[in-house]
Design a protein around this ligand. Structure first.
Ligand SMILES: Cc1cc2nc3c(=O)[nH]c(=O)nc-3n(C[C@H](O)[C@H](O)[C@H](O)COP(=O)(O)OP(=O)(O)OC[C@H]3O[C@@H](n4cnc5c(N)ncnc54)[C@H](O)[C@@H]3O)c2cc1C
Length: 265
């Protein structure tokens, strides 16, 4: 079975998020990058699928040189092959342009049965890239997947459970499919020391727009149909207030304030 996994490099949310407010973009170069948390579940699902059905795993990312780190992490986790899609023409790509680059990479890999990606990224947060990739390739889009029940590559069939409000939905779909996984679908493993050492020395192959047969006019800021027109950072919260005194007096003060704020009558 040929398994692919899409991994995005995102700023570590433990570190401070820095915005380029006039441009409406994140200052990615000023922040330490990590693998998108949902993509750790996607990698683990790819590893579990290979363990169950055999096959190979190819991990791809679109991003700058720093994104090699997430591919090295995937290699340390024993993914068979990695590719980074990168080209000056990709800068400023919106979600659809990003998805079209990833779709072109999947086409180039060839004979892919199933693609795993995360439900959403922790920075862009749109949650649409997986479905867009599926739409571009006319593959089955399976979103919000909480369990993969069966993959039958010979008969080109996949059965998954989707998490829906108050329950699950069991879906059977044709392969190839793009499966966007949710948190908790599995327990991502950690790479071992030998894997980390081996991955640290690995060459990361790159694919540019020409390698992928991409029309440069359809990607990047110029080729994107959406544009961030404004970014607003919420004002910092003011200091709180600690009320002192008898408990009844405090309760009365809080009640009066909630009435003033029209929270209670
Ligand atoms: C106008 C505009 C300009 C932008 N300019 C830039 C820019 O210059 N540089 C930049 O880095 N970002 C830029 N972005 C953000 C970038 O388009 C999005 O981060 C990207 O399209 C993915 O969207 P998302 O993060 O919401 O992904 P989601 O849809 O939330 O992600 C879902 C899943 O898709 C997969 N995925 C998403 N993105 C990638 C990726 N790049 N590689 C591999 N897998 C992926 C992952 O598996 C992820 O879990 C821009 C966005 C807009 C709207």
């Amino acid at each position: 079975m040929k398994i692919a996994v899409c991994i995005k490099q995102v700023p570590d949310t433990e570190s401070e998020i820095k915005w380029d407010t006039p441009k409406g973009t994140l200052k990615r170069s000023d922040m330490s990058p990590v693998t998108n948390a949902f993509d750790e579940f996607a990698i683990e699902e790819a590893l579990l699928t290979r363990e169950k059905y055999d096959g190979t795993i190819v991990a791809i990312t679109m991003g700058p040189e720093k994104a090699n780190d997430v591919l090295r992490n995937a290699l340390a986790l024993t993914v068979n092959e990695v590719h980074r899609c990168t080209d000056d023409a990709f800068a400023g790509s919106d979600t659809y342009a990003t998805a079209s680059v990833l779709a072109a990479a999947l086409k180039k890999i060839g004979d892919v049965d199933v693609v795993f990606c995360g439900k959403q990224s922790t920075d862009g947060n749109t949650g649409v890239v997986g479905a867009e990739v599926a739409a571009i390739l006319s593959w089955s889009p399976l979103t919000n997947v909480s369990k993969v029940r069966q993959i039958d590559a010979a008969n080109k069939k996949i059965v998954v459970e989707r998490a829906i409000e108050g329950g699950i939905e069991v879906i059977e779909a044709k392969l190839p499919a793009v499966v966007s996984v949710i948190k908790g679908i599995n327990e991502p493993r950690l790479p071992n020391l030998m894997g980390i050492r081996k991955a640290a020395k690995a060459e990361i192959p790159q694919w540019n727009a020409d390698d992928l047969g991409i029309d440069k006019g359809k990607v990047g800021a110029a080729g994107s149909s959406t544009k961030v027109v404004e970014i607003a950072v919420p004002p910092p919260r003011g200091a709180g207030e600690i009320l002192k005194g008898e408990i009844e007096d405090i309760a009365n003060i809080v009640t009066d304030r909630l009435i003033d704020m029209k929270v209670i009558k």
